[in-house]
Design a protein around this ligand. Sequence first.
Ligand SMILES: Cc1ncc(C[n+]2csc(CCOP(=O)(O)OP(=O)(O)O)c2C)c(N)n1
Ligand SMILES: [Mg+2]
Length: 549
Amino acid sequence: MSRHGGKLLVDQLIAHGADTAFCVPGESYIALLDGLYEAPIRLITCRHEAGAANMADAYGKLTGRPGICIVTRGPGATHASVGVHTAFQDSTPLILLVGQVASDQEEREAFQEIDYRRMFGQMAKWVAQIDRVDRIPELVARAFATACSGRPGPVVLALPEDMLAMSSDAGDALRFNAAQASPGAAQIEQLQALLRGAERPLAIIGGADWTPATSEAMREFLEANELPAGAAFRRQDALDNDSPSYVGDVGIGLNPKLAARVREADLLLVVGPRLGEMTTSGYTLVESPTPAQTLVHVHPGAEELGRVYRPELPILSGMQQFSHAVRDVRVEPRWRDWTAAARAEYEDWQRHDSMPGALDLGDCIAHMRERVPDAIVTNGAGNFTVWVHRFWRWHRHGTQLAPTSGAMGYGVPAAVAAKALSPESTVVCFAGDGDFLMSGQELATAVQYDLPIIVIVVNNGMYGTIRMHQERQFPGRVVGTDLVNPDFAAYARAFGAHGETVTETADFPDAFERALAAGTPAVLELRIDAEAINPRTTLSALRAQAEQR
Ligand SMILES: Cc1ncc(C[n+]2csc(CCOP(=O)(O)OP(=O)(O)O)c2C)c(N)n1
Ligand SMILES: [Mg+2]
């Protein structure tokens, strides 16, 4: 059977289980586009390659299989790079297929030519260019295996346009098998011994490679041993937040009492996360290179173990393999009071003092958390996320889509991808006024594909996070952080979405009901007082504190 390169490539995607792809079309991959004609792959055409790449990241996070993003050369690739960076930092399996100039034009700086190996060198797990059409099956198989094995991550494949147009009678590859390590029996015994000697153990769970079943197995282990567990930065769906073991998120704006417990713990059982800057409060909760706590670090990538912290017990393992190995481990807990106190502190942390202004974001989130407890929640970056991290409760893995890379603009595309994959779920995106307009155009994609997501735009008229840092470091010297915004509700309506502005807490529940019932994508703009810079303090209090220093 002879196929052109574009068709051969699409058939490999199908062979490896891809069912969805996110793209912005380009003339550099016209044969690949043709390969998608009548293929059993749902193609979602986006308005910006950053949107397409972020959607592919969200797909990878939700399914554990590589999200497929297809973009054109040069500007398409540079636009998409933010999603590749997020997939790298977030350990998400993703495959970026990017057009390349014809091979007889290479190295002339031909139209939109880039050497992708150099461009994506630090951002991707692997970058390759497929120069021979016959090798498409081999290299696509390797892309899937690489994206999913060990620590998952993004892979970039460059596709010269003449190669895609050539014919080949190469056969299809078999569906890939990803490799993942398992803990050894001796390591599980050593873990048990360390637990037996512990008085103040604390687990921190997160990272990639979780599934609902894996998270349930982990929960059994934690609850049976009455172990307290915090979630790593933006991995709050790794454990049901109603579990008596769950004690809150170890991210930014974390509960100071939880931070103290991380420091005071005698045994830290870190399952999944890298223990990066955000999960360690800038490497202060755990000391590098030798932690004060006895560290057990479980991670699927060998290169992470011992990278920043010397673990007493490094365990190279996938999350499924580890959680099943410990599921039936039982140790008599000597830390009952420690766990109960940490849990009580978490419950207490979810209450809050009222904030300045007529609209209280904490109250609105508390309402949504009761009304749609199983919603998939997405966000980008900004201070508004601190309320979400603190006041939402996640119950099942796959319900939080949030960039640990801190990339603004992630929330709307992630919501679009989540709704496409899981149409029966309520999908709520939280965005700031700055954050929202970095990807608001993907509302058009949501409307086009009939994906009724709900976007909550938290409008404080500024790039709040940066303003907060400004007031702390250069009080009163406001520069570059004010924003003049459009009428977000009118903006939403222009796309064919439902749009409303909410200025008072009391009006929120009804507005939210109308958004749920709209049957179209919906945007609720929540006007909050600029003073309400985060759930703990005000802008003027920050300034006053800084001026006193
Ligand atoms: C792509 C990108 N650009 C810039 C930043 C730096 N940054 C972090 S938060 C933030 C402000 C976000 O503003 P907004 O969305 O309005 O949320 P707020 O902090 O006001 O709640 C900026 C500019 C970033 N994280 N990502
Ligand atoms: Mg803002």
